[in-house]
Write a protein of this length. Structure first.
Length: 281
């Protein structure tokens, strides 16, 4: 049971307790109080709380215990005290209300827990295709999913595309010098410069710390090299605002390029671009 579910259980329990306290006030200010019904109603609320928080089985067991006590009271009143001389539907009502209440409260908790798990599962799946929160680019899953789609498109329509592998060589030093927040500011500026120097149709991704990727649809290797040079000029030195001050930061960037070739998969073309970056000086 996760923290949100525990919180909702607490809220539901508090709601029922509030309901019980309200009834206490109503009964205590009434001149015609049926004390047995008051106890039974309180027991019903308690039973529903048990079922909601501990499960249907626990609730039904508690119901049997309460029904045994109430049934014993009825038999004692009929046989020994002779205070019950006629049949009333309220006796049947109370006998069946406890298992029904326990079942409903337990079912509510079980169904709600099921829905919470489904929502959590959906959110986990959604995270796989969300954008990176620092750069606004695709995260690794989203980027490689788009790369796979681009490969299928290129194969289907006999077209080509290229990718760029961007390695921020000194990313560890940048993080050590400027801290985590400063490094994020640097990444945001780098992402902004990439956006300025690429097309809106180009697909960008943050693959890992210090590594970015760009998919260039309908772009051959020569055009990809032109984009590569533009990015080198744009990212050689950047201006980053930190703590209210503007800093000029020199970056060590290596960019590799690769054009799609028939029969390649995502890993092969990505590794070719990565290897190409090693020779970028």
């Amino acid at each position: 049971m996760n923290r949100n579910l525990l919180k909702d259980n607490l809220i539901f329990s508090l709601l029922l307790i509030f309901w019980l306290l309200t009834l206490i006030v109503i009964f205590s200010t009434s001149y015609n109080v049926n004390f047995i019904n008051y106890l039974l109603f309180s027991a019903l609320i308690l039973n529903m709380l048990i079922s909601y928080n501990l499960g249907i089985t626990s609730g039904l067991i508690a119901s049997l215990f309460i029904i045994f006590i109430y049934g014993s009271y009825l038999l004692y009143s009929i046989i020994v005290l002779n205070t019950i001389t006629e049949f009333k539907w309220e006796y049947v009502f109370w006998l069946i209300s406890f298992p029904i209440g326990a079942f409903l409260a337990g079912s509510l908790e079980r169904e709600y827990g099921f829905l919470k798990e489904k929502i959590k599962e959906f959110e986990e799946r959604e995270k796989l295709v969300l954008l990176d929160d620092v750069t606004g680019f695709y995260n690794p899953f989203g980027f490689f999913q788009r790369l796979e789609e681009e490969i299928k498109r290129a194969q289907r329509y006999k077209e080509t595309f290229s990718i760029l592998y961007i390695n921020i060589v000194d990313w560890k030093e940048l993080k050590n010098i400027y801290g985590e927040d400063g490094y994020k500011s640097i990444l945001k500026v780098i992402a902004n410069e990439i956006l300025k120097n690429t097309r809106t149709t180009d697909i960008k991704g943050r693959i890992e710390d210090g590594v970015l990727g760009i998919i260039l649809p309908d772009t051959d290797i020569n055009s990809a090299k032109i984009v590569k040079e533009k990015l080198h000029r744009a990212l050689d030195k950047i201006i980053v605002e930190m703590g209210g001050k503007r800093r000029v930061i020199s970056l060590k960037i290596k960019i590799g390029e690769a054009e799609f070739q028939e029969g390649e998969d995502t890993l092969i073309i990505w590794e070719r671009a990565k290897d190409s970056s090693k020779y970028d000086v």
